[in-house]
Write a protein that binds this ligand. Structure first.
Ligand code: HEM
Length: 180
């Protein structure tokens, strides 16, 4: 399928999308399995550092998005599909910031506040968070960790449906290539 430059996401949006997507998927796997399959491998410092990287990239993504609006959705999409697509995207925009932020808050305000290290190279500051707020952040991180895992699965299924069943440009416009 050929699509024009105007129908594609910008190069920056494509970069942010795939980098953040990869890091989020790795982090969900590390988060969900650190106490079972991955127990004893010491993966959590990697989880923290990847999460903080996602936070920084996500703020960059937000800023980029302000100056580079998404291309219009393909013609012929049903109303419910457009609403579902918008809701999923905004849920992701929020979660890619709130998941790392809640993780950072729970590390900062728990029983033993700890600075988060970025791959051993430097530490992020400890946030001024009390135990109650840290507890709320912990709850949020767990519940929305599962929600985000579900959302990722739905999002991938929807992209594959567009590509292989509806055969429209939805997946291709986010593929690396001659972006705007
Ligand atoms: C993209 C960012 C992140 C995602 C998608 C993510 C996802 C998850 C998921 C799915 C879990 C498992 C929840 C559960 O089984 O209860 C988890 C656990 C955890 N995450 Fe994250 N996380 C992210 C960033 C962070 C950051 C930045 C930190 C800290 C600096 C952090 C700290 C933790 C901790 C301490 C746990 C273990 C909680 C427990 O076992 O009680 N996470 N994360």
């Amino acid at each position: 399928m050929t699509i024009t430059a105007a129908q594609r996401y910008s190069r920056g949006a494509i970069f942010f999308h795939w980098t953040i997507a990869l890091l989020v998927i790795v982090n969900i796997i590390l988060g969900l399995f650190h106490e079972s399959l991955l127990k004893g491998l010491g993966v959590m410092p990697v989880h923290f550092a990847i999460g903080m990287t996602v936070l920084i990239l996500s703020i960059g993504r937000w800023i980029w998005r302000l100056a580079h609006p998404a291309p219009p959705l393909p013609l012929g999409m049903a109303g419910w599909e457009k609403v579902a697509s918008k809701l999923t995207h905004w849920a992701f925009y929020l979660l890619i910031v709130l998941m790392p932020l809640s993780g950072w808050m729970m590390m900062s305000g728990g029983r033993h506040p700890r600075a988060v290290s970025w791959f051993g190279l430097f530490n992020f500051p400890i946030l001024p968070v009390d135990k109650v707020l840290a507890g709320g952040a912990h709850e949020f991180h767990e519940i929305f960790g599962y929600a985000m895992a579900a959302l990722v699965i739905v999002h991938i299924a929807a992209a594959l449906r567009h590509h292989f069943i509806l055969r429209d440009s939805v997946l291709m416009r986010m593929m690396p290539g001659s972006g705007r």
